[in-house]
Design a protein around this ligand. Structure first.
Ligand code: DON
Length: 576
């Protein structure tokens, strides 16, 4: 009987696929819409956002609806138990940046992941109860909705509640992801996401009644998550497993509005994420360095262009490691790092014919604040490469734009589930020990040491680009450190190489993060281009695919919204 039902579901799927136009299936062209657009990694989340705008809501209503829906349909990264950043550029020209990044609990300490010999204990900051930071997503989404949305919380949460209660068809990729080995280590996660070992298959309906109940409780009284019964239940569940988060940590959580990073690149204005993200600062450093080159003359994905862009990446990540952290705890020299003069000075150290050596890189001496560089005791990185985080972009009919990147850190976060939702492992974004790489191979300095109440440094880079003062691009991606280089690659693809937004999102990616000193390339970059890069002295590592650009461009002549969901994944841009 079950097999018969499955066969019918597959038949329906096949019929649906056969009926979609080729351009949709191949995602080679952006989706055009005259008024509004949502691009996200899951069609149901994009549609939840669109539903709000059709009902008279604005881009923030749509973003919050999509955010809650992603917590249901994309448990790898969509979340209630994580954190994120929301960048808004309203139609009146005002910009806002909402920081709902996780915080370290009060009982966290700088050496909490070290053994008695002072060595980092493997995986404790990644999997399990001790890896969890105080979640900010619920506070952030509720804050955004109340301050900038037009609809009620009840209205914007309705699609998520419906999807959790009634379920949704699992795509093949999502069913595969649920096989995650670490999820199986936690009975509640194993019960909910793996049906106690009887794994969900593609085409099955995945219902989450525990999550539906939690969403309903949030919708009725969001404050309860931080100050009431829910806060106590979450803390008890975490502490039972040996985690540090207490109900007071939830009570002390606060959303912060911060000034976005502002800069320019050629004739475009850039608005991006400030600390505690490194994203906007690193992106501006990269663009300031590159502004002095006519990249277009080298050609898209030519060895010459990849070389120059990678050298800019290398330098921005060198600074990231040294200076970036939580601005509430350390002074971050943002103004100097994104100063165009500093970009010029860095550019002078780039040899167009030869790759620099990361170990010999020297910071140009033009600002006193940047001269306190002390050599970190660096150790090589040989760790795994965790996946997931998710970005979504929205533009509404009035021209309000929202870029959100949100995360549990790696796929399914700490793998710990409480009250039907997964909790993050964002504590790994701190440096457990200076000079020792984290899960992404990132070396980080004192500014990003663990401290009670501190936010770990992020690379999330929700970004909005203007041309002649008008909304032009809404950009973002997951991918740990590759987030910054993916956003830069998409932006440069449109601005310097004249790609349309879908081509720019789909174009093969490359990444350099200073250390390890390797140039990471997607395998679609041709072998002869690779040979030219090797001849310049780059050490190459070739990988299949990474990242997930979920982006929108506005056609400045017609006002049309052009949505681009990444061809690498199963997402969808939808508009009207
Ligand atoms: O905030 C950050 O930078 C990381 N926690 C993001 C992790 C991530 O993007 C993993 N995705 N592939």
């Amino acid at each position: 009987m079950r097999n018969h039902r499955k066969f019918l579901i597959w038949l329906l799927f096949a019929a649906l696929l056969a009926s979609v136009p080729a351009t949709w299936a191949a995602a080679m062209r952006p989706v055009h819409a005259p008024h509004a657009m949502v691009a996200s990694v899951h069609e149901l989340a994009s549609r939840a956002g669109l539903e709000m705008m059709r009902a008279g809501g604005n881009a923030v209503d749509a973003a919050v609806a999509a955010g809650f829906a992603l917590a249901v349909v994309h448990p790898q990264a969509g979340n209630l138990g994580g954190g994120g950043f929301m960048l808004l550029r309203l139609a009146d020209g005002n910009t806002h940046f909402i920081d709902y990044r996780e915080k370290a609990p009060a009982r966290a300490s700088a050496d909490m992941y070290l053994d008695l010999q002072g060595n980092v204990i493997p995986k404790v900051s990644l999997v399990g109860f001790k890896a969890i930071g105080v979640p900010g997503s619920v506070a952030g989404m509720v804050y955004a909705e109340k301050k900038y949305g037009k609809l009620t919380l009840e209205r914007v949460m309705a699609p998520a509640i419906r999807l959790a209660r009634d379920g949704f068809f699992l795509a093949w990729e999502d069913a595969q992801d649920l096989h995650d080995e670490d999820l199986a280590k936690f009975p509640e996660s194993r019960r909910i996401f793996q049906r106690n070992g009887n794994y969900y298959e593609a085409g099955e309906v995945f219902r989450q009644p525990d999550l539906a109940q939690t969403l309903e409780r949030i919708e009725k009284n969001p404050d309860d998550f931080y100050h009431g019964a829910m806060a106590k239940e979450i803390a008890v569940a975490i502490q039972k497993g040996g985690g540090l988060i207490a109900a007071e940590d939830l009570a002390n959580y606060e959303v912060k509005e911060r000034e976005p990073i502002r800069g320019s690149y050629r004739e475009y204005d850039i608005i991006s994420a400030p600390p505690p993200s490194s994203g906007g600062v690193a992106l501006m450093e990269i663009l300031n360095i590159l502004e002095g080159y006519d990249l277009s003359k080298y050609g898209n994905r030519s060895a010459a262009a990849i070389h120059l862009i990678s050298e800019a990446f290398r330098r921005a990540f060198f600074d990231r490691a040294e200076f970036l952290g939580d601005p509430d705890f350390s002074k971050i020299p943002v103004a100097q790092l994104i100063d165009k003069k500093y970009g010029v000075a860095w550019r002078e150290s780039i040899n167009p014919e030869r790759a620099s050596l990361s170990k010999d890189l020297k910071r140009p001496v033009i600002f006193n604040e940047l001269e306190r560089y002390a050599k970190l005791n660096l150790q090589p990185w040989s760790g795994p490469e965790p996946e997931n985080t998710t970005h979504y972009s929205v533009i509404d009919p009035e021209g309000n734009a929202v870029a959100v990147t949100t995360t549990l850190n790696d796929s399914f976060g700490s793998r710990v589930t409480a009250l039907g939702f997964l909790l993050n492992d964002e504590m790994d974004d701190f440096s457990s020990k200076q000079g020792v790489p984290n899960a992404y191979g990132l070396i980080q300095g004192a500014a990003n040491a663990i401290g009670p109440g501190k936010r770990p440094l992020s690379a999330m880079t929700p970004t909005i680009v203007l041309k002649d003062g008008k909304l032009f691009l809404v950009l973002g991606s997951p991918g740990g450190p590759t987030i910054i280089t993916t956003v830069a690659n998409i932006l440069i693809g449109v601005v310097d190489f004249g790609l349309d937004i879908q081509e720019a999102v789909n174009a093969p990616r490359f990444h350099h993060q200073w250390l390890p000193d390797i140039l990471l390339l997607e395998d679609q970059i041709s072998p002869d281009t690779r040979r030219l890069l090797e001849a310049k002295g780059h050490k190459l590592v070739v990988r299949h695919l990474w990242g997930d650009g979920e982006c929108i461009r506005v056609d400045l002549n017609t006002g049309e919204r052009l949505g681009a969901s990444d061809g690498r994944n199963n997402g969808k841009a939808v508009g009207y």
